[in-house]
Structure formats: structure tokens, C-alpha cells
Design a protein around this ligand. Structure first.
Ligand SMILES: [Mn+2]
Length: 359
């Protein structure tokens, strides 16, 4: 084959454009605005916005905030294994690989919603109960009372208890639950403990944060399954990992909508719901779990639920020195952000772009 002719090259070169000179108007307009305000696709250029997905940092989110992302760097409630406290900072680092556009929906969450990185919860004491029931809960009570949707990351699963406590008080409501996990986390507490990362949802039911009959637990499996009698006793819907494979994600999504309904709901994603071959960087890895594609399909399918918050927990980044677990967790965190942004637009019937410059 002869070398390309000058005429062919001239034709091709007419298609060559400057970076960020996109024909697609929504993409072009986003970059016109965001690059001016400090957003950058250069992974070395993140010093201006070191937050999750480069969200601007606002410690006091105001009434004009739609979604606040919060880090809960806590592992005191994990039974047996420390390290999840490093999750939030690892996900901020990993988030540099994701956004601004969701490739499934074409949506740009930072154009849909005013999104901030609140930073990490400040600890007032060293003990687990204070950190969960006071420090985390008070942040979520404040955010929920301001009408802000929350997206948090742990930390182990007791962080969810704190978030649910604060949000439940702020909304004065008992929520439906979509819970992706290898474990139901409905075991009894030990020896008078209030909480640990295997008892979160038993306590959340017993304290009225979530309604068991509007709760679905997805991806359940493994050596601890005998511990989850409470889930069945109180009428939570348990969908095992095997059922996800056998019946498909469409079945799971339909079931979630049927069970949770249209009242307010919360979504909690423990990364150990994913198979341990792709998620070793977690406190309690389990084989025979969900694929990344199944998990993303399920999150995609939760559009239409009335979610007021979500979280991703139990990333234990140092346990997977390859970084693959952190990378996948950050990808799932972006899917959750996009889910909440779509949900928020539907709830408020309006859009409100993120402003990187403080106004
Ligand atoms: Mn788990």
C-alpha cells in the first residue's frame, strides 16, 4: 500500500482541532466554564481542587449546595482488621481517573448539580461510639437539615450508622434501603457494644433509621451467612450473589424498585459486594461475588428511586498494593455521584451547576 497522499493528509488535518474544542455542545460548554474555574484534565493539575473528582472544597455547604461528598476515615468498628480509615484519601486520589462525563448516560454531574467536597469528618474523641453517634451523625444532621443530598465514603460500615442516624433525624423519617454487600451486617452486637461493622443494619432497623420491609440486600454470600437471621426475621429482602448471577441484574433492579418504592431511601455500597478477585483491598474480601459490570448495572438501575443519600464503604486500600481495588472503588463512587445527581435533578426539577469559584 502506498504512503498516504498529500491530499488525504490535508483532508485529515482539516479535522484536527485544539484540545477541548468539542463539537458536542454540552461537553464544550462544560469545559469552557470549568477550565476557566480551575478544573483540569491534567492529573498533575489537581492541586487547585484536591477534592473527590475535583469538586470544590466547602466546609460549610450552604443552601445552594445540592450534593456534599464527605469522608469518614474510621476503622475502629471493623472486627479484626484496621486500614479502612485510609479509604477517603485513597478514593480522592483514585478519583482523578474519573469524570467529568458519565459514559453510560452522557451526563456531567457538575453541570447538573452544585457539588462540594465537605472534607473529612473531624473526630472529637478517640472512641468508636462518639465518632459514629456524635461526630459523623452531627455532620449528616446538619447537611440533611439544609436539604443537601449526601455521598460519603468510609471507613468501615459503622460510618453508615452515623450517616443514617444524622439523616434520619434531619428528615424525621425512616428510609428504604438498597444495600450492596457480601454481608447483611445484621448480626447482634457483642458483650454490650452499641455497634460494630457487622451489626450496622440490625441497629439501624432497631433505632428506626431504616424500614426493614423497604430494604433490599444484594450480593450476599460467604462464610458469615449464618449470622444474618435477623434480616429474614424482620422482613428484609435478601438477594444472594448466586441469585444475581442466575436471575440477572434486571431482576435485581425490578425487585429493588418494587421493595423500596417511592418514599425516601438510602443506598449503601460495601465494596466487598464485588468479587475478591477484583476487590482484595477491603476489610472482609469474599469470593463468588458481583462483577464490576453487574454492580454498575445495578447502580444504573436505581434511577427513579427517591434517594436522599448514598455511601461507599470498607475500601482498605493498603490491603491491595496494586491499587486496583482503589481504582475500581473510585469508579463506583463516580457511578454513585452520577446516580445522586440524576436523582437530585428529578427531585428538584431543576439543574444548578457547580461553581468552583466561591461566590
Ligand atoms: Mn461486607
Amino acid at each position: 500500500m502506498p504512503k498516504a497522499s498529500l491530499a488525504t493528509l490535508a483532508q485529515l488535518r482539516r479535522r484536527d482541532k485544539a484540545a477541548f474544542d468539542f463539537a458536542e455542545p454540552t461537553i464544550a460548554q462544560f469545559f469552557d466554564r470549568a477550565l476557566d474555574e480551575g478544573y483540569s484534565l491534567d492529573t498533575n493539575g489537581f492541586l487547585a481542587n484536591p477534592g473527590f473528582f475535583q469538586a470544590p472544597h466547602r466546609r460549610s455547604p450552604h443552601a445552594e449546595t445540592d450534593i456534599a461528598m464527605v469522608g469518614c476515615p474510621l476503622d475502629l468498628g471493623a472486627i479484626g482488621l484496621a486500614g479502612a480509615r485510609h479509604g477517603p484519601q485513597a478514593i480522592r486520589e483514585g478519583s482523578r481517573n474519573f469524570g467529568p462525563v458519565n459514559d453510560l448516560t452522557g451526563a456531567i454531574p457538575f453541570d447538573q448539580c452544585s457539588i462540594v467536597d465537605y472534607g473529612d469528618v473531624t473526630w472529637t474523641r478517640t472512641d468508636l461510639v462518639t465518632r459514629v453517634s456524635n461526630d459523623i451523625a452531627s455532620v449528616f444532621r446538619e447537611l440533611g437539615s439544609a436539604g443537601i443530598t449526601t455521598l460519603s465514603c468510609g471507613g468501615e460500615h459503622t460510618t453508615t450508622y452515623g450517616a443514617l442516624k444524622g439523616l434520619s433525624e434531619a428528615h424525621d423519617d425512616t428510609f428504604g434501603l438498597v444495600h450492596i454487600d457480601a454481608h447483611c451486617d445484621t448480626m447482634a452486637t457483642w458483650g454490650g457494644d452499641t455497634i460494630n461493622d457487622g451489626s450496622v443494619f440490625r441497629q439501624a432497623v432497631l433505632e428506626g433509621f431504616i424500614d426493614p420491609t423497604r430494604s433490599v440486600q444484594i450480593g450476599i454470600r460467604g462464610r458469615a451467612s449464618f449470622l444474618w437471621e435477623f434480616s429474614h426475621d424482620v422482613g428484609m429482602t435478601v438477594i444472594t450473589s448466586d441469585e444475581v448471577y442466575e436471575k440477572g441484574t434486571r431482576y435485581v433492579i425490578d425487585k429493588a424498585h418494587e421493595i423500596v418504592g417511592q418514599d425516601k431511601a438510602y443506598c449503601s455500597f460495601d465494596v466487598d459486594g464485588l468479587d475478591s478477585s477484583i476487590m482484595m483491598g477491603t476489610t472482609g474480601p469474599e469470593p463468588f461475588g458481583l462483577s464490576a459490570r453487574q454492580a454498575r448495572a445495578i447502580l444504573y438501575g436505581l434511577r427513579g428511586l427517591n434517594l436522599i443519600g448514598a455511601d461507599l464503604v470498607e475500601l482498605n486500600p493498603n490491603r491491595d498494593p496494586t491499587g486496583a481495588s482503589t481504582h475500581l472503588a473510585a469508579a463506583m463512587f463516580f457511578e454513585l455521584l452520577c446516580l445522586l445527581a440524576d436523582t437530585r435533578v428529578k427531585q428538584t426539577q431543576s439543574t444548578r451547576p457547580t461553581q468552583w469559584h466561591e461566590r
